[in-house]
Design a protein around this ligand. Sequence first.
Ligand code: COA
Length: 635
Amino acid sequence: MWGICSRTVVGMAKSGGCVRPRHLVRPVSATRVAGRYLSHQRGLPCLPVPPLQQTCERYITALEPIVDAEELMHTKKLLQEFQKPGGLGERLQKGLQKRACNTDNWLSEWWVQLAYLDYRMPVVVHSSPGLVLPRMDFNDKLGQIRFAARLTAGVLDFKTMIDNETLPVEYMGGKPLCMNQYYEVLSSCRIPGLKRDSIVNHAKSSPPPKHITVAHNFQFFQLDVYNSDGTPLTEDQICDQLERICSASQEGNVEPVGILTTQHRDSWGKAYLELIKDKTNKESVTAIQKSIFTLCLDGSVPQVTNEMYRSRAAVQMLHGGGSQWNSGNRWFDKTLQFIIGEDGTCGANYEHAPAEGPPIVALIDHVVEYTRKPETARSPSASLPMPPKLHFNITPEIQTNIEEAKRSMDTLAQDLDMKVIVFGHFGKNVPKAHKMSPDAFIQVALQLAFYRMHQRCCATYESASLRMYRLGRTDTIRSASSASASFVKAFDDPSKQNTEKVDLMEKAVKAHRSYTNMAISGQAIDRHLLGLKMQAIEEKLSVPAIFKDSAYTKALHYRLSTSQVPSKTDCVMCFGPVVPDGYGVCYNPMNDHINFALSSFSSCKETSAAHLAQAVEDALMDMRAVLQETPRAKL
Ligand code: COA
């Protein structure tokens, strides 16, 4: 995970109250000009380890709306035992603090392993998000190719900023953010293992990769996107090369090897070993893994009404629509795949292990802006060699694996229920006008929507960025709070006055924003609890009873798994539910509207993405109505 290190900085660095060996500061890549990136990273604080007692108290508070009184009593007792002086909690806390002193980030390596590389469900739907861009202005093969060339040139333009370390540092609440994720998303790939996967990042190899992979008609091509003098190909050159690739792959009657990457990770781990036994196959796979990114030129898909368009596009981005459509026109292990249809559909899919949505969206915002620049006149250019096709020899065993992958992909595609809506009545403007955090307002509306549908509150996950800390990833904002529970229970109660409803709404919104502040400053409970559990495992101690408790299981059963991914472009990210009876909800609040992508599994009779979408719209409208009708809220 540390990559190929060209230079090891020796000495000691002072950070976050710990003196740590400097070699633990991330090494500079062989391809990077040393300097800006590293000095920025070094200046970031280390992720703190929250106080033990604080986490235990906050854990109880978080359980209140989702477990019953008896369970809560039991958990309180377990926590008392866990925290007593000289007890297991204290020992694990000390171990964690020591780890924090000896690593760049006590959590990040554990987190990538546990949340991603050890997770064995298919990355498709279960882990890798999709991103739906607005429909572009083309409707045929030529338009698809031209746009793909432009998009590729836009990504290379962004890559120049990564390579030169000229990416502007991002800020949140005035604080600089860790920029590491930007260096992990290009030229990298997940590799399936028998029990655990890994990630390779070839951006750090010398020389770094100069090609992308193009997928068309389930066939893969290696397209060099740099000239021998190191300059990127022009848009016209890329366009010519893509035309040649498309002409050379018109025949669609080939085995969709890429569909193997949609499998359960254990199955794919086995199938992978079988696949790469053959030398040609191994070379082809390596070329895909090393490539800067994958460009998927999709085959045509069924046309739908304008109303249905975004939902269908989300499915195309998330899983490709099944084996008869585009699921085989992918390499889902690839960190970044841009997907372009013939009908103006455009978006991406990304493998989650190396990065969260916001850096991916920032890259895509740049690319979209680039594609909107006026076209320059085509300039004559020297002819380039034909991009080589990446061949695969299909043995009967590989054939069997492909058939199995097709079957399970089709079952998954049929099961996923996806609804994308544009809530057009208002956006961040209305909550802001009422002096409320828009994100908290939306989260409280989600609580109300879920409560109205299911007559209960549920454990809810919202991602909070930990990028204020070096190598920071995420923690959990637990959106179901006692305050939100009081609000949702009162809201439809005819005996309650509007003033009381508004008062409860304000309290719920404030509670959410205060949890958010706690989470982004490294003081939330979930990663700390996970750290304590991992510390017990590392020290070969028995796992503490608090983690075997039914309340802990309930706390981690996120029927609502949510995330805000904002962007400049009018797009929306989408992902699947994380539990069989749950929902995945991703939203992009713009100033005057909100894009939502909501998902559920059709096999669960209790849930429906479309019903939740309607319930969220109703909740947002009803919350605004009560604010508008109640004079106090206008103060
Ligand atoms: N009154 C008026 N305006 C307010 C307000 C209030 N009480 N509270 C907030 N606002 C404003 C903010 O100033 C901000 O203004 P801007 O639009 O000019 O920037 C805007 O409302 C949005 O703030 P808010 O809705 O509170 O959310 P946020 O931008 O702080 O985001 C999180 C909250 C949790 C989404 C963010 O902290 C985060 O962690 N994001 C990363 C999530 C992630 O990684 N997701 C990907 C997972 S794959």
